[in-house]
Design a protein around this ligand. Structure first.
Ligand code: PEP
Ligand code: MG
Length: 580
């Protein structure tokens, strides 16, 4: 009999395959005593395990796909650094000698200790480090237990690719399994903003996370259908269901081919409203992907990645070179966001300012830059110098009041005077915009608009702060809802403030790239969308079929809905093809 299971769909696509269950982190650890004369050999076995694990991670690091987000390589580097740390290597060897216990048990004792230390820390970033400890020790345990095969999905000839069902999967596991040709991932833990989910999306492998009883309810070798968009898994499907999903797979392939043809087409709605489709980039080289899909420019360049995984700060010349590379590789405006550090985005290596008890509400983004003005001035100089060479716009993250805008403009003015005196060219009318990502900014948007040249809605943070839910805490993922009436009202207020000022309003949070919301956003009056280049063509396709005038009326009426569920019911009706 077929069985339906539900989780969180984090990477789109349909896969039909056979279940292959693996135990990525919750292993059975044996405990036994080591005789005094065998202690040296046991320590040596542990050290060989460390070396083998290091080799594995180095191989994985070298195989990270070129289009994977930069944080994936950084994540693997963190695991390598942890292996080098004496808290793991020396302490475990010491425990083996002192307690006469086997290497696996000593490692387990040390892992429990480290996890309890991290658990006591009231800090979102350190909580993610706790997961790193669990993942890296589990990898080492698997090497010691010679259970590495458990993470291998053997692809048999003429069979459907395996669907991996695991408790949890690290990005490193995902890279290995991808090379073995897996069809999809299902995991019991994890959330849509986890590194593994990001990686599955860039590798285009369907994935469902947070399916809590998956390894108990799904049996090895049984056929399953995975719908990575809806977050559904159908076990033991009958012939009719298989045929239905095969049909959908084929339709998806046709759809991708058809999207490719939209590259050169202008993004204009069926009733003639031009829409700007911009790209989000994290590294200068990502801008090539943006150009490839014909983006109208860059709507968000996250410069913080220039500052990460290094021991010093990027110099003015280095930043200028990065900004130039982006400017040269795309046509249209390049919106460079000033450094957005703090909360879950940290420099590491002891280079971060003291962490506050609530980092997401602490010294992050523009607040940090306005405190560390020497550091900020270096970036402003580079931005201004780049502005002499193309259409650069500056965007300030996490603005919550007018003072922050005024203060930044003042600093920009001072930097301009300095550059002028030094004989450097720059655009003296450099547009300066505010990200709208805290409720205070959205609620006071008409006031902020007097001091900003444009707005960009950062819905990832706007949703986090409006709904008081930490975006990196997977326990409360379920609260993340772009359709919450409070979120929709704040978006609408911001767009209206932009229309009245008038200044352009774009959206660069994940909501802009999700085609479930494209028509809703058009109906709310949004005319500029910025997203990962991979989503641009499918959003463009929906735009070309939409009628903005009709959507605006429909969405206006829908705003009377009393909750997100009621709103969601009406959302489907927006998908009706619009009269041309
Ligand atoms: C956002 O908050 O929506 C945003 C685009 O910024 P980031 O995801 O980098 O915080
Ligand atoms: Mg943000």
């Amino acid at each position: 009999m077929s069985l339906w299971l539900s989780g969180i769909g984090v990477s789109r696509g349909i896969a039909i395959g056979r279940v292959h269950r693996i135990h990525a982190t919750d292993l059975d650890i044996p405990e036994y005593e080591i005789a005094a004369d065998a202690l040296d050999a046991e320590v040596q076995r542990f050290e060989e395990g460390l070396a083998r694990t290091r080799e594995q991670l180095e191989t994985i690091r070298d195989q990270v796909p070129a289009n994977a987000p930069p944080e994936i390589a950084a994540f693997i580097e963190t695991h390598l650094l942890m292996l080098e740390d004496s808290a793991l290597s020396d302490t475990v060897a010491k425990l083996i000698r002192e307690h006469h216990c086997n290497a696996e048990w000593a490692l387990k004792l040390q892992q429990d200790h480290l996890v309890s230390v991290f658990d006591q820390m009231d800090d979102a970033y350190l909580r993610t480090r706790r997961d790193d400890v669990v993942h890296v020790t589990a990898r080492l345990q698997r090497v010691l237990l010679k259970e590495e095969r458990h993470i291998e999905a053997r692809r048999e000839a003429n069979r459907e690719p395996p669907v991996i069902v695991a408790d949890d999967l690290t990005p490193a596991d995902i890279i290995i399994l991808h090379q073995q040709g897996v069809g999809a991932f299902i995991s019991e833990h994890g959330g849509p903003l986890s590194h593994s989910a990001i990686l599955a999306r860039s590798l285009r492998i369907p994935a469902v996370v947070g399916m809590h009883a998956a390894r108990r309810l799904l049996l090895d070798d049984e056929t399953v259908v995975v719908d990575g968009e809806a977050g559904h898994v159908l076990a033991a499907p009958d012939a009719e269901a298989i045929e239905f999903y095969r049909h959908r797979q084929k339709r998806d392939q046709r759809y991708r081919r058809m999207l490719g043809k939209l590259k050169g087409e202008p993004a204009v709605t069926a009733d003639g409203v031009p829409i700007r489709l911009l790209a989000n980039v994290e590294l200068p080289d990502d801008s090539a992907d943006a150009a490839e899909v014909g983006a109208d420019g860059i709507g968000l360049y996250r410069t913080e990645f220039l500052y990460m995984n290094r021991e010093d700060m990027p110099t003015e010349e280095e930043q200028l070179a990065a900004y130039r590379r982006v400017l040269r590789s795309v046509d249209g405006p390049v919106t460079i966001r000033t450094l957005d550090l703090g909360a879950d985005k940290t420099l590491g290596q002891g280079r971060d300012p003291a962490q506050s008890t609530n980092p997401a509400l602490g010294l992050r983004a523009i607040r940090l830059c306005l405190k560390e003005t020497d550091m900020f001035r270096v970036q402003l100089r580079a931005l201004l110098r780049a502005s002499a060479e193309g259409d650069v716009r500056v965007m300030l993250p996490m603005i919550s009041n007018t003072q922050e805008l005024k203060q930044t403009r003042h600093l920009i003015g001072e930097t301009m005077n300095q550059l002028r005196a030094e004989g450097h060219a720059f655009n003296s009318a450099l547009p300066v915009g505010a990200m709208i990502e805290v409720p205070a900014a959205a609620l006071s948007a008409p006031l902020l608009a007097r001091h900003a040249d444009f707005f960009s809605l950062g819905t990832n943070d706007l949703i986090q702060y409006t709904l008081a839910m930490d975006r990196v805490d997977d326990e409360i993922n379920y609260l993340y809802d772009p359709l919450h009436p409070a979120v929709l009202r704040l978006i609408k207020l911001t767009i209206e403030a932009g229309e009245q000022a008038p200044i352009p309003v774009s959206m660069c949070g994940e909501m802009a790239s999700d085609r479930r919301y494209t028509r809703l956003l058009l109906g709310l009056g949004l005319t500029e969308f910025s997203m990962h280049p991979a989503s641009i063509l499918e959003v463009k396709q929906l735009i070309m079929q939409s009628n903005v005038a009709a959507l605006r009326e429909q969405v206006d009426a829908m705003l009377a809905c009393s909750d997100a569920d009621e709103f969601r019911e009406h959302l489907d009706a927006l998908d009706e093809p619009a009269p041309a």
